[in-house]
Design a protein around this ligand. Structure first.
Ligand code: CA
Ligand code: CA
Length: 145
């Protein structure tokens, strides 16, 4: 059984955190990554639950975005808060999903996660540009469940 610890090396984790920091230098949106080994029935529901557990709704502009990954199922969900959904089109996360999917299919997980963060950051920048007095409202650390 593959464990979360085997999924990413410490170095890869640092690269993901760096990607989050870089993305958040361009947008007031807050990006978090949650990785778990668990096999789950409904990935979307699980992502919504994690979003809430991480208190990701606690941003001023309600513009938090969670990238949830289930290692055992090789599945991921991108979940954005309501501040994002109110102002974007339905296919807003399409490019982000595609870049992650392309890497995951090749088995390059770290590259998929960092590429996804980069694309998501660019998309968020359009609706939520970086503000001068930006606060890092949500931790950039990878959350594991
Ligand atoms: Ca911020
Ligand atoms: Ca942050």
């Amino acid at each position: 059984m593959q464990l979360v610890e085997d999924f990413l090396s410490a170095k890869e984790e640092q690269e993901i955190i760096a990607a989050i920091k870089a993305a958040e230098r361009n947008t007031s949106g807050e990006i978090r990554v949650h990785i778990e080994a668990k096999a789950v029935k409904d990935h979307y529901k699980r992502a919504v639950k994690i979003f809430s557990q991480l208190k990701m709704h606690k941003t001023k502009a309600r513009n938090g975005m969670l990238l949830y990954i289930s290692v055992l199922d090789k599945k991921f969900v991108i979940y954005g808060d309501k501040g994002i959904n109110e102002v974007v089109e339905d296919d807003f996360w399409e490019a982000t999903k595609n870049s992650i999917q392309a890497h995951f299919q090749k088995g390059t997980f770290k590259a998929g996660i960092t590429a996804g963060i980069e694309v998501a950051g660019k998309a968020l920048k359009r609706c939520f540009p970086f503000q001068k007095e930006d606060v890092d409202e949500l931790s950039n650390e990878i959350s594991k469940g």
